[in-house]
Design a binder for this molecule. Structure first.
Ligand code: GLY
Length: 372
């Protein structure tokens, strides 16, 4: 891999320090709060959550900060204490049957904690969470059902299926591995199109298991490409390949990455939906960019073609440069988030052109990775 120029390295280091400053400021002012998206730059508000999938991202950032900082420093100790404080209350969610998000919740927290402490009790929490997610599997249709309904498969679940692969590997449970593989193959077949673009949701006939149609909740239309969904697929199929080593999944991750690169402006920040009408396409989603950068940084090390690996690395660096240059909230002292310009749910008017917690988390993950 190429090295960062010193200018770029400085830019990223300063952004990473800014991220720590924003998180510290927020938790000291609002201890124990797990926010989801800002309203006018403020995290605390009465806006609805829609679904409870984001509580891992704030402690996840704390684990990243702890891990990145010199282990003997006061700073590292501070982040460790905070990370444990914010991670521990999530444990009961390992049995939460109402969400499809055990990967978001636990791979950002307990997985990072376990890597630091090696305490077997933490590994048990991860395994339990993986088992709970696997209970969503529908034999007819071969997918993990979304939180919406039995007949619904979400692309977003590709970001969570990793915890089932993890639980399968740690326990040697072949049935769990089968569930993760089958779900991933179904998602690949019904939600990733031939050109590498993606649909958010697939609808099935629950009696026969037949796939019926593509649709969406957060994208522009069922036949459009919602940019965060594409980013979830890029990252999620990369994780799926890491666990399974099945070459179909790296091909899919590459197709999604190539679609992203071909359809983004040269700064690497996508519109919220690649097919949104022109008057609406100026609305960007920086969180899709952050997730894609983090995914590309993983994918670039796995692809067999080194030129492609190089392209993915330089694209990730370009995305991060653009986020730091144009979208950091640094020049706005009243803004409580790190990255401006994220989008949660356009149709429900939730968190549109705001900071969003997963955008913050994957931005920090990508910065941490690229700075190492
Ligand atoms: N539904 C998860 C997301 O907003 O990306």
């Amino acid at each position: 891999m190429i090295h960062l120029s010193s200018d770029t390295g400085d830019l990223f280091t300063q952004a990473f320090q800014f991220a720590q400053k924003q998180v510290k400021k927020f938790i000291e002012k609002n201890p124990g709060v797990y926010p989801l998206y800002t309203q006018n730059g403020r995290w605390l508000h009465e806006g609805p959550a829609w679904t409870h999938w984001c509580d891992g991202f704030l402690p996840g950032m704390m684990w990243i900060f702890h891990d990145h900082t010199d282990r003997d420093s006061t700073e590292s100790k501070y982040w460790l204490d905070q990370a444990i404080k914010y991670t521990t209350p999530l444990e009961p969610r390992k049995l939460d049957r109402d969400v499809q998000d055990h990967g978001f919740l636990f791979l950002s927290t307990y997985y990072r904690w376990y890597r630091v402490s090696k305490d077997p009790a933490l590994r048990e929490v991860l395994i339990e969470a993986g088992r709970t997610l696997a209970l969503r599997f529908k034999e007819k249709g071969q997918y993990l059902r979304s939180f919406v309904a039995d007949n619904s498969l979400f692309l977003d679940i590709m970001m969570n299926v990793g915890i089932i692969f993890y639980a399968a590997r740690e326990t040697g449970d072949r049935r769990l591995r089968e569930v993760a593989l089958r779900h991933s193959f179904t998602t690949r077949r019904v939600l990733v199109r031939g050109d590498g673009s993606t649909a958010q949701e697939g609808i099935f006939d629950t009696d026969t298991g037949e796939f019926l149609r593509q649709t969406t909740h957060q994208g522009y239309r069922g036949d459009s490409c919602w940019s965060r969904g594409l980013a979830w697929a890029l990252y999620g199929f990369t994780t799926c390949y890491e666990y399974s080593r099945d070459p179909h999944f790296i091909e899919t991750a590459e197709q999604c990455a190539d679609f992203y690169i071909m359809h983004c402006a040269s700064d690497g920040i996508p519109p919220w939906d690649f097919n949104a009408p022109p008057e609406n396409r100026t609305l960007l989603d920086t969180s899709a960019a952050a997730v894609s950068a983090a995914g590309l940084l993983r994918l670039c090390r796995l692809v067999p073609d080194s030129l492609k690996g190089h392209l993915y690395w330089t694209t990730a660096v370009q995305i991060l440069r653009s986020l730091c240059d144009k979208h950091l909230a640094k020049s706005d002292p009243k803004w409580e988030g790190i990255l401006k310009g994220g989008v949660y749910h356009v149709h429900k008017s939730l968190g549109v052109d705001e900071s969003v917690m997963w955008g913050e988390y994957f931005f920090c993950e990508a910065l941490d990775r690229v700075l190492r």
